[in-house]
Design a protein around this ligand. Structure first.
Ligand code: SAH
Length: 540
């Protein structure tokens, strides 16, 4: 066991799902930020727990081959980019592994993975930024929150954002100082200016400036506008009213001060109207690759009805509508639905309709109406789909489900649930929409099992509790542990058999032996060692 302030040499052998490095010392996992697989470091323990420890790299003794010098000066203080210090190819490998691990550990499944699709650009790919504005000791800071805090660090030129955003921030800085605009304080809930929220439509170059204020009126707006109009592509200025004492950035009310209050982009040949409150993929060029993959997985022939759940402004469904018979989209934010309807109209798409409501309730209602879509698209927020929605989707019984997700953990959980509801996970493709950060998007094709061949697994859904599952170990980690501690070599089948005994969901592809030749059972000595490992990893 390691202790606080211990120092030793450590080799980094993997990445955490947040993009930090991890190495093993004395059989214990040691997490060290800003390291790369292959690094040999002098590690100083800053926090020691029973099952893991957190270390700091005091010195890089031997750098990994994939290391590069981060281009951004704020790399260490910002925390937005976990991978700015490694080559992009290495980042892609780490992301691919993150998705595979989530399916193995959380979903208990190993489906067919396709190679990760890289982002067309790795810098300046973002089309949206929300800059907090604060004053500390009289100094104005516009930028980003420091790691794990609400202290605002002045941003400078973030390499993920378009250059125009940096120019706009400089305009604001001058305007706030020249016009004595008050700045919001989280402590007192006083002061006007909270966030500067910017969006850019990459295909058209149009730029939206949205000012989040603790009030309803903006003083000196003419002076601000005069400067903003000098920015190429500036199209609209909007006030967003947020007077609540909350961490949530945006309020519900938007008031356009200049222009229409929205901008228009083009995505997969479809014109998309973007309002301040509507969701829009932050990497437009990457999103085109993602949607093309989703379309491939949908495999449309022109005869299908599509149900697009969590549709936002309708982007995914509308990009496929010309290859389908009909499209129904469901989304909870009214403004997004207004945009989705407008998007159908401005693109002359007549076979689409959109419903504003909760996906679970709306799907249930549509099922009762007797709709029978061949393809259902799921693209929920990070927390994934509600369990009852998955049941309803399975009852609607589409041939294919295309699941797009920004969180591999909840995706894997939901795929495992769908497996239990009669669907097979056919193909999985990770798509990198967020270069340099630890986030990764994934698209999955699920196909209805043939009722004659599908076997029901009796799985308790309680097993999918994410907080517990995320801490679970891979088969390799269990094997390593057992070898380290007991000197025993155990197979995946052995582990699988013990897991099954304890009612832990098992991988779909392990041969359970039905109708086949006898499957060797796990010897008692190995079983004991595996049980010890499962306890160690808190899986039982
Ligand atoms: N498919 C869209 C949007 C995906 S983001 C695109 O690619 O652009 C997820 C969307 O789900 C957001 O627009 C969010 O507003 C919506 N949402 C969140 N919870 C929901 C719920 N319970 N029911 C329906 N939509 C929901």
């Amino acid at each position: 066991m390691v202790n606080k302030n211990d120092e030793f040499n450590l080799k980094i052998t993997g990445y955490t799902s947040e993009g930090g490095g991890v190495g093993k010392f004395d059989g214990q996992a040691i997490f060290v930020e800003n390291t790369a697989v292959g690094d040999e470091i002098l590690c100083h323990i800053i926090k020691a727990k029973k099952t893991y420890a957190i270390g700091k790299a005091m010195k890089i003794i031997k750098p990994a081959k994939s290391r590069i010098e981060p281009e951004c000066e704020a790399f260490k203080s910002c925390g937005g980019c976990s991978f700015a210090h490694i080559k992009y190819e290495e980042e892609l490998k780490a992301k691919e592994q993150k998705v595979i691990d989530a399916f193995n550990r959380i979903g208990g499944i190993s489906p067919g993975f396709e190679a990760i699709i890289p982002s067309p650009e790795t810098t300046r790919y973002r089309n949206k930024a929300q800059y907090p504005v604060r004053r500390e000791n009289g100094i104005l800071n516009i930028g980003f929150y420091a790691k794990k805090s609400h202290r605002v660090i002045d941003g400078g030129d973030c390499l993920l954002q378009p250059v125009e955003f940096t120019e706009i921030i400089e305009i604001f800085r001058k305007w706030i100082n020249d016009c004595n605009i008050t700045v919001y304080s989280e402590n007192t809930n006083k002061g006007l200016l909270r966030h500067i929220y910017l969006r850019k439509a990459f295909a058209t170059g149009e730029i939206m400036v949205c000012i989040v204020i603790n009030g309803k009126a903006l003083p000196e707006s003419e002076r601000l506008l005069e400067q903003l109009k000098k920015i190429k592509g500036f199209k609209t200025l909007v006030i967003n009213v947020n007077c609540k004492n909350t961490n949530v950035v945006l309020g519900d009310e938007c008031i356009p001060l200049y222009g229409n209050g929205y901008i228009t982009d083009i995505l997969c040949d479809v014109k998309i109207k973007i309002s301040p409150l509507s969701f829009y993929q932050i990497n437009r060029n990457g999103a085109q690759r993602l949607y093309n993959k989703a379309a491939e997985y949908a495999g449309l022939t022109g005869k299908e009805d599509i149900l697009d759940l969590y549709c936002g402004t309708g982007t995914i469904g509308l990009s496929m509508a010309h290859k389908a018979k009909s499209l129904i989209g469901v989304e909870i934010i009214p403004e997004a639905i207004e945009d989705a309807n407008a998007n159908a109209r401005i693109n002359g798409i007549e076979n689409a309709r959109f419903i504003c409501g909760d996906a679970s309730g709306a799907a249930e209602e549509l099922k009762r109406e007797g709709i029978t879509p061949e393809v259902v698209i799921l693209d929920p927020p990070r927390k994934g789909c509600a369990e009852e929605l998955l049941k309803t989707v399975a009852e609607i019984n589409p041939e294919k489900i295309v699941y797009v997700s920004c969180d591999p953990a909840t995706l894997a959980r939901d795929c495992a649930r769908l497996l239990n509801l009669g669907y097979t996970v056919k193909k999985v493709t990770p798509v990198d929409m967020f270069p340099r950060t630890s986030h990764v998007e994934t698209v999955v094709q699920l196909v209805r099992k043939n009722p004659d061949t599908h076997i029901d697994f009796d799985i308790s859904l309680d097993e999918f509790d994410l907080t517990a599952s995320e801490a679970k170990a891979t088969y390799q980690e269990i094997k390593d542990y057992v070898l380290d501690k007991f000197g025993l070599k155990v197979s995946s089948l052995n582990i699988s058999q013990v897991k099954t005994k304890f009612g832990i969901i098992e991988r779909e592809n392990y041969n359970k032996g039905e109708g086949k030749s006898r499957v060797p059972q796990c010897p008692p000595e190995k079983e004991k060692a595996i049980i010890n490992a499962l306890r160690y990893f808190k899986m039982i």
